[in-house]
Ligand binder design. Structure first.
Ligand SMILES: Nc1ncnc2c1ncn2[C@@H]1O[C@H](COP(=O)(O)OP(=O)(O)OP(=O)(O)O)[C@@H](O)[C@H]1O
Length: 312
């Protein structure tokens, strides 16, 4: 006889699987930026992205905790991020995704109350070592934010700014064209390079910000909810761009949109927060695995509950 809990678990597993399959095939034009995938039994099966093995780690995170003052916002994270893979971080609001992604390029250094404890190795070297220059870290590990934030300058100067500051010696016109082409924006802006970047649409501005990031030849691109301010068509363009850029760059993306995580990423980290005996809330990494496994057969009940829309 089937017991009640096992029936419930089977039901949840079926829901989660259907949800993930639907999520991954849904085009952004019909997938709103929300963590609720349609529960359709007729969703076609999908192929998730194959996750290459983690043989070449870019980041190795060990026992990492982040404090704001006395508050331990993220507790004891261990994970390895592979070279030229897209790693998605998902989880309910306040679980520490942004705090975590900011650790990868030492952006938390800019928050006076923030303190990072534990290890992050970047290509085997301590990212937080005394000899490491955080400015150089941020050049090699670029970041794209939730809200497009182009400089109030021309399109051309937005791209040229970083290379100029870095004393770029080559042909700047060529670099601007090449960078805008790689960011899938050249055809749309090539005739108005001297006009203000602020006159572009939100989606174009975000692609410009991605172009500005890659103009200084980073190795890693961190994206903190890069599509949350964009419409579905602009979102689709950014997702296409991410897929393309992953051939060259390691990408870590925070997203509230599970469909997006399922569509674009090779691996997914699910965070949540729990409350300790003193009533304090701490973000934790619950499960980190190949995206297909997270969405179709997660090993932790909390992951299953989240991706099947039961909380968050
Ligand atoms: N600058 C800060 N100073 C103090 N506390 C902060 C700061 N930034 C974040 N926190 C706290 O750290 C915890 C994690 O926040 P964080 O923004 O990293 O979560 P998140 O998962 O990215 O949330 P969301 O999905 O809503 O953006 C929260 O309790 C938040 O209040």
């Amino acid at each position: 006889m089937t017991t009640e809990p096992s029936r419930r678990i089977q039901r949840l597993r079926r829901r989660a699987l259907r949800s993930a399959q639907t999520a991954a095939v849904a085009s952004p034009s019909n997938a709103p930026d929300a963590p609720d995938a349609p529960d359709s039994t007729t969703a076609p099966r999908v192929s998730f992205r194959d996750a290459p093995p983690l043989t070449t780690p870019v980041f190795e995170v060990g026992s990492l905790s982040v404090f704001y003052g006395d508050h331990e916002a993220v507790r004891d994270v261990n994970m390895t991020i592979g070279d030229r893979q897209i790693t998605a971080m998902i989880g309910p609001s306040g679980c520490g995704k942004s705090t975590m992604i900011r650790c990868f390029n030492r952006m938390n250094d800019l928050i006076p109350t923030a303190r990072v404890v534990g290890k992050i190795r970047y290509h085997g070297e301590n990212l937080y070592g005394k000899e490491v220059d955080p400015i150089e870290v941020r050049r090699r590990i670029g970041m794209v934010f939730q809200k497009p934030n182009p400089f109030p300058k021309s399109i051309y100067d937005n791209i040229a700014y970083g290379p100029r500051v870095g004393s770029f010696k080559g042909n700047l016109d060529d670099l601007v064209e090449e960078t805008l082409t790689r960011a899938a924006l050249w055809d749309e802006v090539k005739d108005k390079l001297k006009t203000s970047a602020l006159a572009l649409s939100g989606g174009q501005q975000q692609r410009l910000c991605i172009a500005r990031t890659i103009a200084v030849k980073p190795e890693v691109i961190l994206m903190d909810e890069p599509c949350s301010a964009l419409d579905p068509i602009a979102t689709a363009k950014i997702e296409d761009l991410m897929e393309h850029l992953a051939q060259e760059f390691t990408i870590v993306v925070v997203t509230h949109n599970m469909q997006q995580a399922a569509r674009v990423s090779h691996r997914t980290a699910f965070f949540t927060s729990d409350v300790d005996v003193k009533g304090e809330r701490h973000g934790r990494l619950v499960e980190y695995d190949e995206t297909e496994r997270i969405f179709s057969n997660p090993s932790d009940q909390r992951t299953e509950d989240y991706i099947s829309g039961r909380f968050g």
